[in-house]
Ligand binder design. Structure first.
Ligand SMILES: [Zn+2]
Ligand SMILES: [Zn+2]
Length: 376
């Protein structure tokens, strides 16, 4: 027992456990004495996004994974508002996170999901870090002057952006207690648990779409509560991709923020995994799962997987060729090219159809592994 107590990080424990109580008391005072007003909720929403995106687009996809490059003012912005989320400095956060990816689901994973929901969600924060990791940071981050500046002044920055600034804005538009209670304390708690879900529920709830080797999962519902980080299985497979939800309709506001920054010249070099690589991973993950249920399908699945991959590759190649020719055609207006273009378009449609047919057969097999599939 004495040894267990020695391992507890009392500062973290007190902070995590008392912020919800303080938030509750301050909100109660504000509502009962001052009465509710809209301004603190507007400030809450602004700070929810500013600090949350600074964690997901900044701490996570930029500093931890180098999924894109951002200009210095943007990096500074993420470091200042990321501090206001009270999740430690970017240097510490990103070093821990890289270890999570490298040692996922093992004792060396700081928020090992195999130790259960509560440990991976918040429990790990209550314990002191092991001596072997203390003070050891990723060298590229330790050589970044902006990251080191934030690390040095983390606490005053966190208190100013996370607590004082919401209270000041509250004073300006409504009441300082309202700003402090709702946009400061309650927002810290809210952003904490939304981002903590990535380490806990995103390793428990959802599908293992691209990789069966670890506990990370994809969930559209969790994406909604985690600024788009819910497509966590994809992220663990392709961690340097700037997107987590790869389809245009998948809810990944962090991806949209990064993309918008690129469009206005604030970000560059957005890393994207090729559709071929993504398809390959998905088919392999499907195959592993299905053959576990129906081992008899192993040989025929491998055959069909190769066919789907080849059909997709053929379609992608013709599409690239078609797009290139179309661009050239637009510039040159040559009559004879129109025929070639039409021919290529037809070839592309046929290749797409071939891919779609073989992939439909694949999905049928994967979704119904217990039944015999016609024509298989
Ligand atoms: Zn994870
Ligand atoms: Zn990550």
């Amino acid at each position: 027992m004495k040894n267990q107590l020695k391992k507890i990080d009392w500062i973290n424990t007190l902070f995590i456990t008392t912020t919800p109580i303080l938030a509750g008391l301050a909100c109660y005072y504000h509502f009962s004495i001052e009465g509710a007003s809209i301004a603190p909720w507007v400030i809450f929403t602004i700070f929810y996004f500013l600090t949350g995106f600074s964690i997901t687009a900044g701490y996570h996809r930029l500093f931890s994974h180098r999924a894109y490059k951002a200009r210095a003012p943007i990096r500074l912005f993420f470091l200042i508002f990321g501090a206001g989320a009270f999740q430690n400095s970017a240097l510490k956060w990103s070093t821990d996170h890289r270890r999570h990816h490298n040692k996922v689901d093992t004792d060396e994973d700081p928020y090992n999901a195999k130790r259960g929901f509560w440990y991976s969600h918040v429990g790990w924060i209550f314990f002191k870090e092991e001596d072997k990791y203390r003070g050891k940071f990723s060298s590229d981050l330790a050589n970044d002057p902006l990251v080191m500046w934030q690390h040095k002044y983390y606490l005053p920055l966190a208190v100013f952006t996370g607590i004082i600034l919401p209270a000041l804005l509250g004073a300006l538009f409504s009441s300082p207690i309202g700003g402090l209670a709702i946009a400061g304390l309650a927002r810290v708690v809210f952003v904490h648990h939304c981002t903590f879900f990535i380490n806990s529920l995103c390793h428990i709830v959802g599908k293992r779409t691209y990789n069966n080797d670890n506990t990370a999962r994809d969930s559209a519902i969790l994406a909604f509560f985690t600024y788009g980080e819910g497509y966590h299985n994809f992220h663990h497979k392709f961690q340097t991709d700037y997107r987590n939800g790869i389809r245009w309709y998948q809810f990944d506001p962090t991806k949209w923020v990064i993309y918008t920054m690129k469009k206005i010249g604030l970000a560059a070099n957005l890393k994207k995994t090729s559709p071929q690589e993504i398809l390959k991973a998905r088919l392999l993950a499907d195959e592993v799962r299905t053959t576990l249920i129906s081992p008899n399908f192993a040989e025929s699945m491998e055959e069909l997987r190769v066919k789907v991959e080849q059909a997709s590759k053929k379609f992608q190649m013709i599409r690239i060729e078609y797009k290139k020719l179309k661009r050239e055609f637009k510039r040159e207006f040559e009559g004879q090219r129109e025929e070639t273009l039409k021919e290529l378009k037809l070839k592309m449609k046929l290749a797409k159809l071939d891919f779609k047919t073989s992939y439909a057969r694949w999905r049928l097999l994967v979704n119904h592994p217990h039944i015999a599939v016609p024509g298989f």
